[in-house]
Write a protein that binds this ligand. Structure first.
Ligand code: PMP
Length: 412
């Protein structure tokens, strides 16, 4: 018998599967389970008809490159479209400053690869997106957490953490941040804080990795201006900006992009050559056609109202089913409600009971690099149908009420 563990790299040994994926596997084995675990888009709002037409026109044979390898940097017309999309978000970019990636997840992996040596420090929020944690951990970066306040990252704590790391002679590569409707908290960082964050990064000479898959999905039109990316005010070239078509068109295409200073994009391009040579040629053409034919522009306002409605359905069900038991800050966009259980309960410990009731969520600890977050849970309202959300919250309410009663029972 070969001991395969003996062949693994240090990074290979330490790699761990995502808590969100694990929940997916567990849930798949339970009939009629209702899952609030993965942040999947609602499949009923995919542009099925229009995409069918686009795909069939792309496969009529007139473009032999539709199924060919393409440039690593991306399909040229799509790169042009990206410059326009970025400009609409206030980001001015040249053609040498964008790169298409196979999902933003690949973008995070490439960024981690080109920036970090083992032991380099990377600053993340408490809590942070698990996929980013995984990408930085896989290159053996040392993840250091910074607390959040109601309007996003706590800049005083960030200053303290950066000063402490400097004092200990540590090399800090970047601050990873999701300013718009963060995964998992749904939090929107205030504009004032975005400006100050840029100034803090400049003062400490660290890069910012800004991950923005949810910025288009605000629930109130009045918030549109509040999603202005940090990158839009980055005169110095300090921000690596990532965004994706996963949440607005469909994640199955795996088409996303990075906008960054040309020197970094050139490095990312080289790293991508070793990862996958190029993003799917057909996928990029489909996404480009969806953009150029106005499918995206028509669809996104519908998504905003659809997700706003589902968020409201979930919140109403939570208030009705377990009044006073869960606390959360109302999300103003995105896919998630981040809820605090009563202090003495643990999201992880409650999972078995939740699975027995055929409902599942992601326990909050997975999002914290400092081992905290035990009483928090992430509930995703994006994928399930509204009546399913109501039933799922009813089941969850039974679980939470029972756990709360058991833990306050006399003698326990
Ligand atoms: N960043 C964040 C914050 C996300 O929530 C996700 C998807 N869950 C991603 C990146 C990855 O998205 P993509 O589908 O583009 O790989």
């Amino acid at each position: 018998m070969i001991d395969y563990d003996a062949y693994l790299s240090r990074a290979g040994v330490s790699m761990q599967g995502s808590a969100i994926r694990k929940m997916g596997v567990v849930a798949a084995g339970i009939p009629d389970i209702i899952s609030f675990a993965p942040g999947y888009p609602d499949p009923t709002v995919f542009a099925w008809e229009e995409l069918r037409e686009i795909v069939s026109s792309l496969l009529d044979g007139h473009d032999p490159n539709a199924l060919q390898y393409g440039p690593t940097r991306g399909h040229t017309p799509l790169l042009g479209a990206l410059l326009e999309i970025l400009a609409s978000r206030g980001i001015r970019c040249g053609a040498d400053q964008v790169l298409v990636t196979t999902g933003s997840q690949q973008g995070l992996d490439l960024v981690a690869r080109i920036l970090c040596d083992p032991g380099d420090a990377v600053i993340v929020e408490l809590p942070a997106y698990t996929g980013a944690i995984a990408a930085f951990k896989d290159v053996q970066a040392d993840l250091v957490g910074v607390r959040q306040q109601q309007d996003g990252v706590d800049l005083d704590h960030l200053e303290d953490v950066l000063a402490g790391l400097k004092q200990r002679g540590r090399r800090v590569r970047c601050i990873y941040i999701v300013p718009n409707f963060q995964n998992p908290t749904g939090m929107l960082i205030s504009l004032e804080k975005r400006r100050r964050l840029l100034a803090v990064a400049a003062r400490h000479n660290v890069l910012i990795v800004e991950d923005d898959p949810y910025g288009d999905l605000y629930f109130n039109d009045a918030d549109a201006t509040l999603t202005r990316p940090i990158k839009a005010d980055d005169d110095e070239g300090r921000v690596i900006y990532l965004s994706s078509f996963s949440k607005t068109l469909a994640p199955g295409f795996r088409v996303a992009w990075i906008a960054a200073p040309a020197a970094l994009v050139a490095k990312l391009d080289t790293a991508k050559q070793a990862a996958d040579l190029c993003t799917g040629s057909l996928d990029q053409r489909i996404v480009y056609e969806a953009w150029v034919r106005g499918v995206l522009a028509r669809r996104v306002p519908e998504l905003r109202s659809r997700y706003r409605y589902k968020k409201t359905v979930m919140e109403d069900a939570m208030r009705a089913g377990m009044p006073g038991l869960l606390r959360w800050q109302e999300p103003r966009g995105g896919f998630f409600i981040w809820a605090a259980l009563p202090e003495h309960l643990s999201g992880d410990a409650m999972l078995q009971a939740a699975l027995a009731e055929r409902v599942v969520y992601v326990a909050g600890a997975a999002f914290f690099v400092d081992g905290s977050g035990r009483n928090l849970i992430r509930l995703s309202f994006s994928a399930p149908a509204p009546d399913v959300i109501v039933e799922g919250i009813r089941r969850l309410a039974r679980v939470v009420r029972t756990a709360a009663e058991a833990s306050t029972a006399p003698g326990v």
